[in-house]
Design a protein. Structure first.
Ligand code: SF4
Ligand SMILES: [Zn+2]
Ligand SMILES: [Zn+2]
Length: 340
């Protein structure tokens, strides 16, 4: 029987990468410690900052929200309805129940669950965008999420957006970007992306934890999450990179961590110079972009069959004014590339 590394009691979870095993309580402690260390090492946010956690209903984002509330941070959740049939309805349900069960903890830190429906707010859902646009479904989904998270955080006065990307996600993204030598994307792959005019700070507090660890955490904490994959995932190239990394991990445990953490420690500084794109406000929505119109507005115009100039005219009044005042802005999708 394996023994817990910390208390020598019977272990229930093995973390091969750390060559360690833990009992339930010590494993939960280990996860919180990894998150605490990530937050502190990268100065992600402090106890007074208002944190908006992008929650999808999956294990990682709910585990993140749970850990942050346990650590006493002022963490709210943001759920974006993508309109992907039953998958989206079930995700929304799971997130609402999670928030209901933590009403006390949320009230204690002034947190809330923010819900935005893409179709209601912007006139299209993801399946339609995948059919009508020129981008892949996951590409338009990814850029829509980044756009809405950023804009919602700015408009609601949050200091930082936190996402549940774990070690496996980050290693797979880095592998994909490296295989194509997308040096501008590589340069932006960091646990923290600092705020810029029109862009709120983005952080990934789970980047030191593997998918197995976040799954075990969610299980041991009794978090009910959506297990099934998004039905549109077939087109997601990141999945193939994940599988490739998993095969390497089986024969050489620790490969993912060495690849990602080694990059962050030793190679990331070499790529920084790549990240110097000049940003101006999108002419339609005011969010920061490297071109005339941001990628979200371009994709949206295409899906809705509108001319970008019309979009610019339509939002000129109230909405655009507000967006402009909030920022001299930048476009998240173009800056924070990657599929999801
Ligand atoms: S698999 Fe693709 S379409 Fe589905 S949620 Fe992820 S990025 Fe969006
Ligand atoms: Zn223990
Ligand atoms: Zn725009």
């Amino acid at each position: 029987m394996m023994k817990c590394r910390r208390c020598r009691g019977p272990a229930v979870v093995e973390v091969r990468r750390h060559n360690a095993a833990f009992c339930r309580d010590c494993f939960l402690h280990h996860v919180r410690e990894q998150v605490r260390r990530a937050i502190r090492a990268h100065d992600m946010f402090g106890p007074d900052d208002r944190v908006l956690v992008a929650v999808s209903g999956g294990k990682d984002s709910l585990a993140l929200w749970d850990v942050l509330l346990e650590l006493g941070y002022r963490a709210s959740g943001l759920y974006l309805g993508l309109g992907i049939g039953d998958y989206s309805s079930r995700s929304a349900e799971v997130v609402r129940r999670f928030a209901r069960e933590r009403r006390g903890a949320l009230e204690a830190v002034g947190g809330e669950l923010v819900e935005i429906d893409l179709a209601q707010a912007y006139g299209f859902d993801i399946p339609t965008a995948g059919r009508k646009g020129s981008r892949s479904t996951c590409a338009v989904c990814g850029l829509s999420k980044r756009y809405v998270f950023n804009r919602a955080a700015l408009e609601r006065g949050y200091d930082v957006v936190a996402t549940g990307h774990n070690l496996d996600d980050e290693a797979a993204t880095l592998l994909g970007n490296t295989l194509r030598w997308q040096t501008d994307y590589i340069a932006r792959q960091a646990p923290v992306l600092p705020a810029r005019p029109g862009m709120v700070r983005k952080v990934k507090p789970l980047y030191r934890l593997s998918e197995l660890e976040t799954a075990a955490y969610s299980f041991l904490r009794g978090i009910d999450y959506v297990v099934e994959e998004c039905p549109l995932v077939a087109g997601n190239t990141q999945l193939r990179y994940k599988e490739a990394m998993n095969r390497l991990e089986v024969t050489s445990p620790g490969t993912k961590a060495q690849f990602l953490l080694g990059y962050l420690d030793r190679a990331a500084p070499l790529f920084r110079a790549e990240d110097a794109a000049a940003l101006t406000p999108c002419r339609a929505c005011g969010q920061p972009t490297t071109g005339r119109f941001c990628a979200f507005c371009r994709a949206r115009a295409q899906v809705l069959g509108l001319r970008l100039e019309d979009l610019a005219g339509r939002e000129e009044d109230g909405e655009r004014q507000v967006a402009r005042e909030l920022s001299e802005e930048v476009l998240p999708a173009e800056l924070y590339g990657g599929a999801s």
